[in-house]
Design a protein around this ligand. Sequence first.
Ligand code: ADP
Ligand code: MG
Length: 699
Amino acid sequence: MSILKTPIEYLKGVGSFRGDLLRKELNIHTFGDLAYYFPYRHIDRTKVDSIQMLTSANEYAQIVGVLISLEIIGERRSRRLVGQVRDKTGIIEVVWFQGINWVQKILSVGNMYRIFGRLSFFMGKAQMAHPEIENWQTATENVRTSLEPVYSTTEKLKARGLTGRSIGKLTSELYTKLSAVDFPENLSAGMKQKFNLINRYQALKQIHFPVSQNEYHHAVRRLKFEELFFAQLRINLVKVNRHKTSQGWKFDKVGDLFNSFYKNHLPFKLTNAQKRAIKEVRIDTGSGKHMNRLLQGDVGSGKTIVALMVMLLAADNGFQSVMMAPTEILARQHYQSLLELLHELPVNIRLLTGSTSLKEKRNIIAACGEGDVTILVGTHAVIEDKVMFKNLGFAIVDEQHKFGVAQRAQLWQKNSLPPHILVMTATPIPRTLALTAYGDLDYSVIDELPPGRKPVNTIIKRESKRPEVMDFIREQIGRGRQVYIIYPLIEESSKLDYENLMKGYEEVKSFFPEPQYWISMVHGKQTADLKEANMKRFVEHDTQIMVSTTVIEVGVNVPNATVMVIESAERFGLSQLHQLRGRVGRGADQSYCVLMPGPKVSREAMERLQIMVETNDGFKIAEKDLELRGPGDIEGTRQSGLLNFKLANLVDDKLMLEVIRKEVNDLLDSDAELEREEHIPIKKYLIAQQGKTIWSKIS
Ligand code: ADP
Ligand code: MG
C-alpha cells in the first residue's frame, strides 16, 4: 500500500485526537491529503524588520533586539508578563498571558533575542503576544534560509495547538518520509518541456518549502497546470465517451416543412448566430449519435425560432417533439408564438399544462399516441408517465435550471432511444467557464442580437429621486405602457424582505390608486395558481404595474412593458439584474431600467451598478460578475463540483485554461486511448484517481 494512504493519526505529532480534528475540520484523512494541503502563504524568516517601520500592514514581524525590561503586571485574570525589546529604531512590547513563570525563567534582561510573531497595535504602539523568542546567539547559529509555510486552519484546531504555522511542522515531518517514488510524474515529458513545468514531486516539495519566491511560483504554476489539465481531460473524456457509445435517432434529411418555412414563412432574416446554431444541431442530429446540447443566448437573442426550426427538422424525419417550459405562462407564450409562426403549415401543435381540463388532456394524450401531434408544448406535464408518443425524437427544454435528472430520466422512457435534447438558457455564462462547466455537453451560443434593437436605457436613481421616478412611471402608463417594480427577496422566507415588499406594494398603491390604476403582485409565498392568475392579468394588460420579487425573472414576454424598476438593486447579482432588465425592451418603444439602490449602499456596490449602465451585453456582464464574485456563484455551476479547484481559479487562470483546453483536444485527437509510451503517465494517474471505470467505458 502506498504510504500516502496511511491514516493521518500515525504521523508523528498528530495522534488520535488531533487526527480526528484534522479529519473533521480540514478533511485531511491520510498522509496524501496532508501532502496536498497547500500553504496559503509563506513567512520570510530571513528578513529582519525594524521596529520603526512596522505598520498594521505587517501581519507578522521578525525583530532582533535587546530585552530591556521584563515584569509581571496585573492580578489574577489580567496577570501577564510584559517585556520591552529595543532595536536601533524603536521599542516593541511583548506579552505573555500563559506560561508566565517558565518564560520569565528562560529570559534575561540585557540579552539579545530574535523574536517573531503576529503583530498587533495598541494605541499606535506595536505589540506582540506570545512571540517565538530565541537567543540571538543560537538563532544565528541555525540561520534559516527558507520561507516558512502558513496554512489555513480553524479555531478548533488552533485551540489544540494546530495553528497555521504549526501545521507546517506536520507537513515538514511528513515530507521527510516521502520521496519522488510516492508522487510519480503524471504529465508527459513533452508537455513539461513545452510549458516549462517542473517535476511533480519537486513542485509538491517546493510549494510547501520553497527557498525563494521564484521557486514557489514555479511550484504553483506546475500544480495549477496539473489541476486544470486533469479536470479538462476528464470532462473531454466524458464527452468523447458519450459520443462514442450513445446511439441516437438519425435525422438525415431536410424536408418540406423546414424548407417551406425557411423560404416562405420566416418573418425576418436569421442572424448568423442563429444560422450557426441550427447548423450545429443539424450536424449532430444527422450523425446517428445522441445529441445533448446547450443553447445559450442572451435574452431576446431569438432562441425560440431556432427551437422551432429544429423541431420542423424532426418532423421532416417523421419524429414528434416536445417543448418544455418552467411555468404555465411561458408554456402558453411559446404555444402562441408557434401557432402564429406555423399556422400555414401542416403541423399539429398542442398545449398541455397543469390546468388543461381532464377531457382535453385525454384527447391530447390519445393524439400523441396516434402520432397526430407534431409538437407538444407545455410544462412538466408533458413528460408525465401517462403521456406516450408514437415516435418522440426531440425535446426542447427552456431554462435549464428547472430541468433535473429525474425529468431527464422520464424523457428517456418515451421511446426506444432517448430523444435528442436541446436545453435553452438565457443565463449568459462566460465562454471560459461554459467550456469547462458544460464541457461534457455540446454547446452552441447565439452571441448576436437581431438587428435594430433599441438598447434599454439604464439609469441609477437614489431614494431622494423617488418622486421623479414615480412621475416617470405615471407618464409611461399614460402612454399605455406597463411597468415592473421588483423587490429583492433572496430567500422567499426572509421576513424582513417580505415586509419590505409589502410596504413597497402599499407605497406604490398610494402613488397609483385604483380605479385609475391596477396593480398585480406576485411573490413566492403565493400559491402557484394565484401567481399564475396575477401574472396573467399583467400579461393581458388588465393591470399596468407588476410588483414582484424575482419570480418573474424567467422568460415572461410582455412587449408592452417599457419600465423595469429594481428596488435595493445592489442586493442583486449583475447577471440577475441583466435577466430582469431583459423583461423590457421587447417591443417597438424605447425602454428603461431604473436601478434604485438602498440607503446604505457602498461605493463598490455603486461601481458594480454602474456596469449595468455602461453595457447591455450579457456576456460582458457575466465576465464582470465572474471577476467580482468568483465562479462559485455563477448560476448552475455551484453544484457541478467541476470548479472546486485547490489552486487554479477560472478568472485568474483563464489564459492557462485556454492553452490547456487546446492541449487536451490535441492529445485526444492524436491518441484517444492514451496508449503512446509518453502518455502512459497521464493514463496511469487518471486510473489511479478515478478507478478504471472512466477508462473502460472509453477503450
Ligand atoms: P429569447 O432568446 O429571449 O427566447 P425570442 O426567441 O423570444 O428570444 O426572440 C425575441 C424577439 O426577437 C421575438 O419577438 C422574435 O420574433 C424576434 N426575433 C428573433 N430572431 C430575430 C431575427 N433574426 N430578426 C428579427 N427579429 C428576431
Ligand atoms: Mg425565450
